[in-house]
Design a protein around this ligand. Structure first.
Ligand code: ADP
Ligand code: MG
Length: 245
């Protein structure tokens, strides 16, 4: 895609009095995410981070309440109709498809790709540092490279909301830092709204602008990253990150 072609800018995301359950303990989310910011979503294992993202993506439906994206109620819309894309911790790629075709799925689920699509794929692969690896299969890449492919697919999909569920959790610290820098740079260029689930406080501190802290299936606290990391954050958060209370 040429640099001057308009790209999807970040939009607001809101869960309005959303309730949900898998059959037992209920979840309740009433929280908004600012347009074009990176919000780090933190909280103990089992607190509901993935569930919150799945409600925004449309993989789960609220029992009550509404999911609003850019002010529009998408509660009943299937995932493919929502202006979001998502990257998971792993298993993001189709094993039998080349790097280029995995990225192409972000443009066209049927992989019917025209010249503009191929240009966008090449640009995205260059952006994530994978030029020259178009023909490789996922198993011929490192873990970090596989997550770069997943990020390239998101770039060609060009949706205003990016959902990241611990995307770098299986990478070592150096690779993770590289990916965080890449993500921060891409965010500066594209200005998408990013909901970044991470259990690494350093990651949240490094690229998060806002923080949403979950505990016991609900939002326990929200604020700016500065609020959270200058030591004055909520007690539950300070215990979680191991700061002195
Ligand atoms: P987190 O991502 O913060 O670790 P999750 O949102 O994955 O938390 O899970 C919250 C709770 O819901 C956990 O107790 C988990 O076991 C439960 N849970 C998650 N997914 C399912 C599911 N598909 N079916 C039943 N329970 C689930
Ligand atoms: Mg999770």
């Amino acid at each position: 895609m040429p640099a001057n072609e308009s790209r999807a800018k970040g939009v607001t995301v809101r869960l309005e009095d959303v309730s949900f359950d898998y059959g037992e303990a209920p979840f309740r989310f009433d929280v908004g995410f600012a347009a074009a910011k990176i919000t780090a979503i933190m909280g103990p294992s089992g607190s509901g981070k993935s569930t919150l993202l799945n409600l925004v993506a449309g993989f789960e439906a609220p029992r009550s309440g509404r999911v609003l994206i850019d002010g529009s109620d998408v509660s009943a819309a299937p995932p493919s109709a929502r202006p979001v894309s998502m990257v998971f911790q792993e298993n993001n790629l189709f094993a039998h498809l080349s790097v280029e075709r995995n990225v192409g799925l972000g443009r066209s689920p049927s992989l019917s790709l025209g010249d503009a699509d191929h240009a966008a794929i090449a640009e995205a692969l260059a952006r994530v540092g994978l030029a020259g690896k178009e023909r490789r299969l996922p198993r011929e890449l490192s873990g970090g490279e596989r997550q770069r492919v997943a990020l390239a697919r998101v770039l060609v999909r060009d949706r205003p909301v990016l959902l990241l569920d611990e995307p770098f959790a299986s990478l070592g610290p150096a690779l993770r830092d590289d990916m965080l820098d890449l993500l921060a740079n891409v965010h500066t260029e594209r200005q998408m709204t990013v909901l970044f689930v991470t259990h690494q406080p350093e990651d949240a501190r490094r690229i998060g602008q806002d923080v949403v802290f979950l505990d016991n299936h609900t939002v326990a606290a929200t604020g700016t990253a500065a609020d959270f990391f200058d030591g004055s954050g909520p007690d539950a958060f300070r215990r979680y990150v191991g700061m002195e209370a």
